[in-house]
Every structure is written in structure tokens, then in C-alpha cells.
Ligand binder design. Sequence first.
Ligand code: C2E
Ligand code: MG
Ligand code: MG
Ligand code: MG
Length: 283
Amino acid sequence: RAKTSRRGGYEYFTRSMGVEIRERVMLMHALRAAFEHERLFLVYQPQVDMRTGKALGAEALLRWRTDEGKFVPPDQFIPIAEYSGLIVDIGEWVLRSALHELVALRNMGYTTFQMAINVSQAQFSHPLFMQTLHKALQDTSAPPQFVELEITESMAMKDPDLLIKTLHQIKQLGVSVSIDDFGTGFSSLSHLQKLDVDKLKIDRAFVNDIQQNGSEGSIAKMIVQLGQNLGLSVIAEGVENDMQAKTLMDYGCHMAQGYFYARPLTQQDLHDWLKAGPARPAS
Ligand code: C2E
Ligand code: MG
Ligand code: MG
Ligand code: MG
């Protein structure tokens, strides 16, 4: 009896595993088709100076709408894109599209606008990455000093020497680099000091942790201080309310991105949002 049920459990287990893998393979094929049929697009989430509500720039975020009109969240398809290698082509397209939009915004008069673009491990460690970046900048005529690449802390762990070398080359192009989801990747502080980066992005989990009156000793505060000590700028992601904004400003962090200011916007909505002037300042 025990044997039967164990076998039953085992069968159930393999069957569900099988479904999961099948689903992943299906998703991978669907993603490739979506990319080929231009069903991927970018949205842009404004980054603001919390003191004034003024837009500093935006982060480009990838979206996938299926033929049925459903949205697949990036947390679901980005890992598949990475795992399958599709991210290299998709990432190049993201890069070029975001740079193209940056140039369009500059032509509209937003001449200090910064464009932040996510870059994943597989892209970054690809031997042609620097060439791809260089060519994308050239072809779009995007000014490198208004371009920022977002990398993650975990990438710093994989191949430190390659990372240091690549960061140096990026710097030479005039492009800046931020560490995304900072505080979640367990990179050592001594390591961080060696990396030629410009900015830390406080992960939204730590912004979410900011509670009324309970701000002493919070991780967000420590990250702001760390940034100040290392001479790096700091931006908070996932700012959802006035209290979080105020607390962060008390810490000395003035840049933010979050639903409190703006959600990720389509190209047209971004243009309308910018035209409407400064976002609600946290007063
Ligand atoms: P991320 O780079 O950390 O992007 C920030 C995420 O936080 C975005 O989720 C954004 O919509 C969300 N967010 C911003 N403000 C708030 C807020 O106030 N509250 C809440 N609850 N969420 C907020 P999204 O667009 O779903 O992207 C998820 C992740 O997928 C990104 O995290 C990034 O790691 C990855 N991703 C998105 N686009 C790209 C891309 O073009 N290339 C690569 N390699 N990864 C991308
Ligand atoms: Mg990001
Ligand atoms: Mg982030
Ligand atoms: Mg995040």
C-alpha cells in the first residue's frame, strides 16, 4: 500500500515536472515567434527628483503582449530568454529601441533626459557585447553620457575579472552603469569598491520595508549611506507613497522611480506625461 502510494506520488511528480518543462519550451517558442513578429515593445518608467518632481529620465522595460492580448510578465519570460540565449538578440533590440527613443526625446527638447536600460548576464558576458553597444550608439547617434546600463549584483559574482574589464570599456564609451536591485545579490563590499559603477538602485523590497516611524537602521538607509561613502549616486525603486518618499529624502536619497510618481508608460503616454510637467512632488 505504501509502495503504491509512493509510486503514485512519484508519477504525479514526474508528470507535473513534464508539464512544467513542456510549458517552458512552449513559452520559449512563443517568445521567439513574438520577437520575430514584433510583439515585444518597450514601456518607460520615469525617474524623478523627489524634491521637485522633475523627470530626470526613464527606465526602459520590456513588455510582451500575446496574440490573444494577454501580457506575459517579464519576470516570467526574461529568465526563459536568458536560458535559451534569445536574450542576446532581444537585448540588442531593446538597446537600439531605447536609444532610438532617447534621441526622439532629445529632438522634442528633453535634452537632459537619461535612458536606463537593463542588461542581463548573458548579454553582458557575450564576446560581442561591447561591439553591439558601440554600434547601437553610432547607428542611433545617441549621446553616451545620457545612457545608463543597469546590471545586477549577481552578475558581479559570476566572473569578476570580465566584469571589471567590461565596466572599464563601458566607461570609456562614456556610458554609465548602475547596480539594479541593490542589496539582494550578496556581493561583498570590498568587491563593490573595485567596480567602476556610478549608481546604486535600492531594491524595491527595501523601499517597501520603510514603515512609519520605524526608519532607524533600515537597509534602505544603509544603502544610501554606503552610496554616499563610495561617492555613488543612489536611486530608490518602487516608491509607492508619500511616506516612503519623505523618509528616503531624510536619508539623503533624492532620486526615485515608482508608482507614486509614474507607472511604466507607453511611448505616447511618456510624451504626454513629460508635457504635463513635474510629477506630484512629495510635499
Ligand atoms: P527591474 O529592472 O528591477 O525593474 C523594476 C520593476 O519594478 C519593473 O517591473 C517595474 O514595473 C516595477 N516597479 C516600478 N515601480 C514600482 C512600484 O512602485 N511598485 C511595484 N510593485 N513595482 C514597481 P517589470 O517591468 O515587471 O520588470 C521586472 C524585471 O524584468 C525588471 O526588474 C528586470 O529585471 C526585468 N526586465 C524588464 N525589462 C527588461 C529588459 O529589457 N531586459 C532585461 N534584461 N531585463 C528586463
Ligand atoms: Mg532595472
Ligand atoms: Mg530594479
Ligand atoms: Mg527589481
